[in-house]
Design a protein around this ligand. Structure first.
Ligand code: F0G
Length: 442
């Protein structure tokens, strides 16, 4: 499958002729689908919006019930971020069948793959894309899954999914950026359908996260969407969603977009905030990017963060993300592993729990609030991209009393404190001692 232009090499984009397709001009149309939830396409949180991603006939659509996700008001986390009550919402994508937002895009990619008659699908992954591909492959039996992961680079929660679901799993001696480069070569060589977010149909499915956010807010556009940035598929998809909704006339303004990098994997931050790279009406200054990547290569700089899902230095959707930042008056920030883990502990205590990469959104919102870029009374939606159980090692290491474990897992990454730790209490196997401990600690 071709994913990039044969002339300029940039990624392809799905473009619809909305004049001809005549999508619904009122949200009411989508609300009506709730009464037909016995129909798998209307039940799906992706496909009940199918008129807004109209690339497939109904009979080809692949769904396993993705997108039953939740927008939760989270005042406790909002207070931590510095927002007034009722202003922070967490969009919890961990409720997807494979436990992350990836299923939104995977259902769309599988649909397109089925349309092309593909029998094998491949991806490189920091863990969630591979878990999603493996799950769709084993549930639908439409395609065999081939997965490339960096050796030792993905959490056990995610690796265990790929293995359990029976995907052919290749552990490449390298990191995600290496695995991404290899999988593109392999799929070209062997004619395997590629489901990474270089595939434009993935992004079509991911647009629906924004439709569900709007739906939960009774079709009112929030002031801010805050999302972690790794390969930049989500941010690109969100920008495209708002661009199209403006064109169709379903909304009259776009929210602002904040994309949050980890300090140890901050290519977008460096290029956008430090070197002024902009979309520039579709003609960004590519030399800026080439120079930056040259510096990374010469310094042998590799991405490194506890938020392994976003441990990526060469985001494939960089250009589309620049477009999204343009459409949504975007900003980019970088947050430390310490800030990520503290925010994650707050989400766990006052929200739904998430994996480290997801908490970058909350840490980033806190930073933007402290800078005064986000106002205390603005409505902010942070995207929690992955389930809390995806990476239990990071969580347990944060809360542990075992200094050795803390140092091994977190200290080595510059994390010094666990200010919001909830320590387990060690107690002897004795009723009186247990009761004493309960009285002491409660
Ligand atoms: N959050 C989680 C939990 C992720 O798994 C990813 C990406 C991101 C955020 C970043 O999203 O790439 O759209 O900017 N994970 C990919 C993977 C790279 O292979 O699972 P993005």
């Amino acid at each position: 499958m071709r994913v990039s232009c044969g002339v300029c090499g940039n990624l392809l984009d799905v473009v619809y002729d909305w004049q001809r397709l005549r999508p619904p001009d009122a949200w009411r149309h989508f609300e009506q689908k709730w009464s037909r939830r016995y129909d798998p396409l209307d039940f799906s949180g992706v496909w009940r919006f199918r008129e807004l991603l109209p690339f497939a006939p109904d009979e080809q659509i692949v769904t396993i019930g993705e997108g039953q996700t939740l927008l939760q008001a989270a005042d406790g986390v909002g207070k931590y971020v510095g927002l007034n009550a009722g202003r922070l919402f967490l969009q919890y994508e961990g409720m997807n069948p494979s436990g992350s937002f990836k299923d939104n895009g995977m259902s769309a990619a599988f649909t397109h793959a089925r349309m092309t008659g593909a029998s094998r699908a491949a991806c490189a992954s920091t863990g969630n894309t591979s878990a999603s591909l493996a799950l769709y492959s084993c549930v639908t039996r439409l395609m065999k899954a081939l997965i490339f992961v960096g050796s030792g680079k993905i959490s056990y929660g995610k690796l265990s999914q790929a293995l359990d679901y029976g995907a052919l799993t290749m552990q490449i001696a390298g990191d995600f950026d290496d695995a991404m480069a290899r999988v593109q070569e392999v799929s070209k060589e062997l004619g395997i359908y590629l489901v990474n977010s270089v595939n434009p149909f993935r992004l079509e499915g991911q647009k629906t996260i924004m439709y569900r956010v709007l739906e939960a807010l009774r079709w009112q556009v929030p002031d801010w969407i805050v999302v972690p940035g790794g390969n930049l598929g989500n941010s690109s998809a969100f920008g495209k969603a708002f661009m199209e909704l403006l064109e169709i006339g379903l909304i009259d303004r776009a929210p602002r977009l904040a994309v949050i990098n980890a300090v140890g994997a901050n290519t977008l931050y460096q290029l956008y905030e430090r070197r002024g790279l902009r979309w520039n009406d579709g003609c960004p200054d590519c030399d800026t990017t080439t120079t930056y990547y040259g510096e990374l290569d010469r310094g042998q700089l590799r991405a490194s963060t506890i938020a392994s899902a976003i441990e990526i230095n060469r985001p494939v959707n960089l250009l589309k993300c620049l477009r999204a930042l343009d459409v949504c008056q975007g900003v980019v920030r970088e947050v430390t592993d310490q800030e990520i883990l503290d925010a994650k502990a707050q989400v766990g205590a006052g929200g739904l729990g998430c994996e480290p990469a997801s908490a970058a959104s909350v840490a980033g919102a806190k930073m933007l609030r402290a800078e005064g870029v986000i106002g205390a009374d603005e409505r902010v939606v942070c995207i929690l991209t992955g389930h809390q159980l995806k990476d239990p090692t990071a969580t347990v290491a944060y809360h542990t009393t075992d200094q050795q474990m803390f140092n091994d897992v977190l200290g080595s990454r510059g994390v010094k404190r666990a200010s919001y730790a909830n320590r387990a209490v060690a107690v002897s196997n004795d009723l009186n001692e247990i009761i004493k401990a309960i009285q002491l600690y409660s």
